[in-house]
Write a protein of this length. Sequence first.
Length: 487
Amino acid sequence: MSKNVYIFKKAFRNPAILYIVSRYGTYIIKFVNSIFIAAYLGPYYLGIWGFLNLILGYIGQINFGIPNSVNVIISVNKKKEDYIRRIIGNGISMIFLLTGILLVLLLLIQSGSLNFGTKYNFTYYAPAIFVIGVLSHFNTLFTYVIRVYGKLFAIAVNQSLFPILTILLIPFYRAHDLLNALVLANFISTIVSLLLLIIQIPIKLKPLFNLDLIKLIQKKGIFLFLFNASFNLIMIATNSFISGNYSVEEFGYFTFSYTLANVILLLLNAISYIINPKMLNRFANYKVENIVPILNDIRISYISLSHFFIHLSIMIFPVFLIFFEKYNQSADAFKIVALTIALYSNSFGYQGLLIARNKEKLIGSISFLALLLNISISVVLVYLIKVPFSYVMLATTITYFLYSFLSCFFGRKELSLSYKIIATLNDVFPLPMIIPLITSFMLIFLSAPNIFFVIPFLLYISLNIKDLMGIKNMIVKVIKNPNFINI
């Protein structure tokens, strides 16, 4: 048996690899969906669809860190089955309490006491969005539990069902009818996913109420909530400034750009999703000298692939605009969003390190500071300078730069590495990666022809060839040694 055949067979016996392959297939479907949804909804209804997802984004942040806290606690205490069962039971009770808060918000909206989203006709969709949002909190909690136990099938279904339903619906609906069908598909897939997750969880689910455990969950969760909510609200706030101060069509252009840019990194997100519990466990229990090489290896692979795909996507994006001419105004927005995502990827690893080593308060404070900065810069760009909608994203670009720097700064300090400004910058923003990034931004501001974006792509390849070649060895290592990303 040849070496390549052996590696191939072993790969498909590795549940982690099978999960990644299945996720990649789903991401292809998501990419196809995003293209046809944009084409068949048009900028106006795509703007409404983007607004509904924006509201779901806000609802998703109203969890007070409960799912994330449960995730960290059970990841670090993986072998204590009875303790994990009690943590999960109390987590379920806490999510039920959150449902009451969301119900009050829904009643205020339906009664007219909270009047917003009028130009997006939000009141019509509010009940469905409420149910989707509430059940998504339970789905998130149960997904974290199943991930620790390695039950990947239910996770894959939970993440794949809506995209699959969507691609089945797209051929039959257009414009407003397609928008309603998408909301219904999201509603149905959320319920089905919840039922499957409950069935697949290997322990008996039972709401429990233990005040000491609830305090423990919330004590750890409040700073994880500050971290996750603040961080997620950075992008949500940027979307809000655009949705509230620009036309529905312009928000549609931005939604098109943002959706396509995020699809690029979905495969990498699948990888990080799998290895995160193991990373947290190692970062929490290993000695510093053992953590550093693991962190460096993972960061190099993740960040190198992220920047490679970003520069490649910017280079080929004009091809999509040939087929979707009505979205030509989204070109600059797409480039800035994509480069901003690349910038954020440079923080990978350090935020998990700080959380695993009980620095939730620190990482939460960093995220909150970043959120305030993002809002402040957005106010200046939107209300004082009055930039086009494409350039509002620059607020998030600057914010992610600061966030990545501070995460690296305190992460290096935690590992007893040099955390001087130059050392930190060389770690989080190495010149071979930052030079192509700056080149791309300069080309955007100079309104350079699309063909010029071949330059940063070639720059990146030439300056990072060693790291890109090293990724092959990392992939082989994962295939041969499943415990490397033991889930």
